[in-house]
Design a protein around this ligand. Structure first.
Ligand code: NAD
Length: 381
């Protein structure tokens, strides 16, 4: 059994909870879960979501069933078992600022340090194995040292602390005081890329995986670039954009938040090609009627043999949230496997396949084809 706490009960988290229950009930095949074809120490059925945290006051104190029904009830059957799991109040630290939701947070009633302690106590009681971070994309920078992170918490410095850093710190304290656990960071806030956080996790015997789940167009772009690099085709430029109608895209319409995605996406070009081809790789817009099924366009030009020029165009409509949810089914199990193996800090072999910006910091982004082989080797399959 893997006991999971979810941070951010939005579209991705709802797809995750629904999908796991439907797999348990034998209603669906585990398509979209990369490692479903392999025998791992933990089965998908071993995953148990026991609690979720949110700061949208219309979700706090509701069951996962109620939240999921509101979000995707028109397109998916909502398993009744989700009536037993509840959303609790999390740490806000401004992550919903400027968005059309009424936000609430534990830190409104206490210091950030006290809010963190409260989470640690709750997780002890629930005996959590893995925490998954899928809160709204927020603006945040790395602290780089454990001291700088602890200073911000001790001084209650709400200007520099992100919600993700507070949650990640709570999991480290939980590991230190209770037992080793894993933190999966599927959003762009640098955690597995923050040397301070990774060092803290090394010290406390915990695992952080991240950052920013790789789904949709970015892995496809990475693999296309690998295809070009292996054939020594010279890429002249590449453009890739996404337009979506879910609340994540609404959040990304704010320039600061969009910048976070830009940071995690555009590093792949130079890392894979070995040179900096001009590129434009961004989530570019919000259009409500597209809903969760985003529109993706990609175009690249390259020079082939005899100096001639080829062009590739890709157009796609992709269900955004299930793409990440399927990967989280693996990441939860991999985080637990890493903890069981006694590993500490972060695990590049996992991050490289599942993340847009694989930690630790300064590690290279490789194509997903290569990363997949690395992962299978790490698993001993
Ligand atoms: N394919 C994908 O959908 C994909 C890929 C990579 C990364 N992500 C990341 O996953 C995250 C979630 O995406 P989504 O589509 O589910 O978004 P969403 O807006 O549907 O859900 C986010 C949820 O987090 C909650 N939240 C915000 N701040 C919080 C806090 N401080 N504590 C607890 N909860 C908080 C919101 O109220 C909301 O319920 C985003 O950050 C996105 O960048 C998504």
């Amino acid at each position: 059994m893997i006991r999971v706490a979810i941070l951010g009960q939005g579209m991705v988290a709802s797809h995750l909870a629904i999908g796991i229950e439907r797999i348990k009930q034998g209603e669906i095949e585990p398509y979209g879960v990369p490692l479903a074809r392999y025998k791992l120490p933990y089965r998908i059925e071993d995953i148990e979501i026991v609690v979720a945290y949110d700061v949208d006051s219309s979700k706090v104190d509701r069951s996962l069933y109620e939240v999921a029904r509101k979000l995707v009830g028109e397109t998916l059957p909502i398993p009744k078992t989700l009536k037993d799991v509840y959303v609790r109040e999390g740490i806000h630290l401004g992550s919903l600022k400027g968005l059309p939701f009424k936000a609430t947070g534990l830190e409104e009633k206490m210091s950030v340090r006290e809010a963190i302690s409260r989470l640690v106590d709750e997780w002890k009681e629930l005996d959590i194995d893995v925490v998954v971070n899928v809160i709204t994309t927020e603006y945040g920078r790395p602290f780089n040292t454990v001291e700088a992170l602890e200073k911000a918490i001790n001084e209650d410095n709400r200007e520099v602390l992100t919600a993700s850093h507070a949650y990640a710190y709570a999991l480290a304290m939980y590991s230190k005081e209770h037992r080793s656990a894993g933190f999966v960071n599927a959003i762009p806030t640098p955690l597995a890329n923050d040397e301070g956080v990774v060092e803290l996790y090394r010290k406390t015997g915990s695992i952080v995986l991240g950052d920013d789940g790789a789904t949709g167009a970015t892995p496809l772009t990475a693999d296309l670039l690998e295809h070009m690099a292996e054939r020594n085709r010279y890429v002249k430029f590449i453009v890739q954009f996404n337009i979506g109608g879910n609340t994540d895209f609404l959040a990304l319409a704010q320039p600061e938040r969009n910048l976070m995605k830009e940071h995690t996406k555009s590093r792949i070009v130079e890392d894979i090609l070995g040179y900096e081809a001009p590129h434009y790789i961004k989530p570019t817009g919000y259009l409500e009627p597209l809903g969760d099924k985003k529109f993706v366009a990609m175009h690249l030009e390259y020079i082939t043999f005899n100096g001639l020029q080829d062009e590739v165009y890709v157009l796609a409509r992709i269900n955004d949230s299930p793409a990440l949810a399927g990967k989280l089914v693996d990441l939860i199990r991999l985080a637990k496997i890493a903890v069981d193996r006694g590993l500490k800090g972060t695990v590049y072999e996992i991050n490289a396949f599942y993340m847009k910006k694989p930690g630790p910091s300064n590690s290279k982004a490789i194509s997903k084809i290569q990363a997949y082989n690395l992962l299978i080797k790490w698993l001993g399959q």
